[in-house]
Design a protein around this ligand. Sequence first.
Ligand SMILES: Cc1cc2nc3c(=O)[nH]c(=O)nc-3n(C[C@H](O)[C@H](O)[C@H](O)COP(=O)(O)OP(=O)(O)OC[C@H]3O[C@@H](n4cnc5c(N)ncnc54)[C@H](O)[C@@H]3O)c2cc1C
Length: 548
Amino acid sequence: MTQDNTPTIETPVLIVGGGPVGLALAADLGWRGAPCLVVEQGEGPADHPRATAINARSMEFMRRWGVAEAVRKASAPEDFPHTALYCTTLTGFEIARIDRPHHGGRGPTTTSPERAQRCNQIWLDPILRDLATSFKSVDLRYRWRLEELTQTNDHVVATVHDLARDQRRRIVAQHVIDCSGGHSVIRRQLGMTMSGSPYTGYFLSIFVKAPELWTHHGMGKAALINFVEPAGLWRNLVILDGRELYRFGVRGKEFYDAPEQVDVERMFREVVGKDVPHELLSVRRWVARNVVSDAYRNGRVYFAGDAAHLNHPSSGLGLNTGLGDAVDLGWKLAATLSGWGGASLLGSYETERQPVGRRNIGHADVSHQGDREREPPPEIFQDTPAGERARRAMGDAIVSSMTRKFITDGLALGYRYDPSPICCNEAGAAPHASVEDYHPNAVTGSRAPHAWLPDRRSIIDLYGRGFTLLRFGNATPDVSAIERAFASRGVPLSVETVTDPAIGALYERRLVLVRPDGHVAWRADALPADPAALVDRIRGAANSPDSD
Ligand SMILES: Cc1cc2nc3c(=O)[nH]c(=O)nc-3n(C[C@H](O)[C@H](O)[C@H](O)COP(=O)(O)OP(=O)(O)OC[C@H]3O[C@@H](n4cnc5c(N)ncnc54)[C@H](O)[C@@H]3O)c2cc1C
């Protein structure tokens, strides 16, 4: 208690916001045995659908936390195609079809032990909540709303309103992570700014139940259906469970401004092309912007997820980018609390994650405009040879320009932390440029690539708790000097020998050091001249008083 009788709670890490990013960060901290308190103003996970596309990298995180199978089970059925379909109406003309054969299902791909899944947040968030709260070190409080926050050099004081008891609480934390989404009170209080595209899109999101809708039309099953209409592309239908639940998206400021006046029933009938059994479950308004925070940190406060970047969901990058933020922060916070993280380890978060945010949000900005600017010629709606030609021409244009909107494996798996103050980046390494395709590589700063070990584990299953030093081949150098350097700084390290020459060729060096988040920190054919300097660099202690 303080003088004003406000109960005070102390926690090393306060996470504000129990959406998917806050829950994932809490889960990662719990998985590492690190303590945190999560405050969420809502009563529980959101009940209106938002994100559905969970990319392969996010599924790799789920695999590390042991919940990949739960996410797969909560996803659309294995055989449900992840196809993106463009048509005039569901009973009208097909314009284009982009298949994604390596998304969904359970078999591995050549680049990851996990496939992208379609698991909406209404099922994903409860999985993350149950995971986070399965760890004793995680304290999750629903109906606790952060009202204000002040910080000094060595701590942050937050005032939280316990809505159930109508009581104020004071929380004293060493670090605060703002995961409170696009309407963050913290950002407003700290005067944080965002930059990016001038675009603002206004939408209605309509949650619809229409059992086995595909049995009422001839287009077949598809995960995403974009409707090409005389007024352009302004409505879409997103399958949620592969059975009966959909998110019907409608773009337009006039609908956003007066949702109660929108005849949703008529709109749904229009895109289907006839009456089908259905039920409208809920309607929400939302605004899309493509902007990134100008800073990911303010003193002891860090910004992650939608509190750090906002984007149009067309390429399914918002939640996935946010999960990447959480994973980058998780091990750095845990290392800092354990004492082996150096003074500049947490500072590397912004250097590493802000460029990823900018790249992904930039892609989302371009890809959604591709649809917005598409104007269908009138004959496209006619059942004539000219109509057929127009549909084929528009379809070809959509497939050639829009495939990179729906297939973003290069963005999902190819992001690289370069430059990074805590990686020994390689001079002259070309960035991973492709959006659609991922080209496996182990260039420093990259996600260490997947390969199957002889015991049928993925090599990425070795990464996570501490650092992993990979020795490739049968005659690799003696690494005991590196092991001693790690031990002297208290940095967890395991050493693994990999003799498969194909994996050695993929990793390209005889020694490769992988961080707890699965990114390559350093690689070489021989021991570093100064192993202690290497350890200080990768733990964020280079040039700081706690290095020699
Ligand atoms: C229609 C739509 C479709 C989308 N589809 C995709 C997709 O397919 N793939 C994808 O990757 N992304 C998608 N996104 C984006 C995705 O939903 C967001 O990026 C994601 O929800 C961000 O998660 P978050 O945890 O950062 O923020 P949020 O989900 O916004 O969670 C923030 C939480 O903080 C809480 N909070 C706010 N203020 C306070 C406070 N003062 N005190 C306590 N708690 C507070 C809120 O109640 C909320 O629960 C979509 C978004 C929309 C709108």
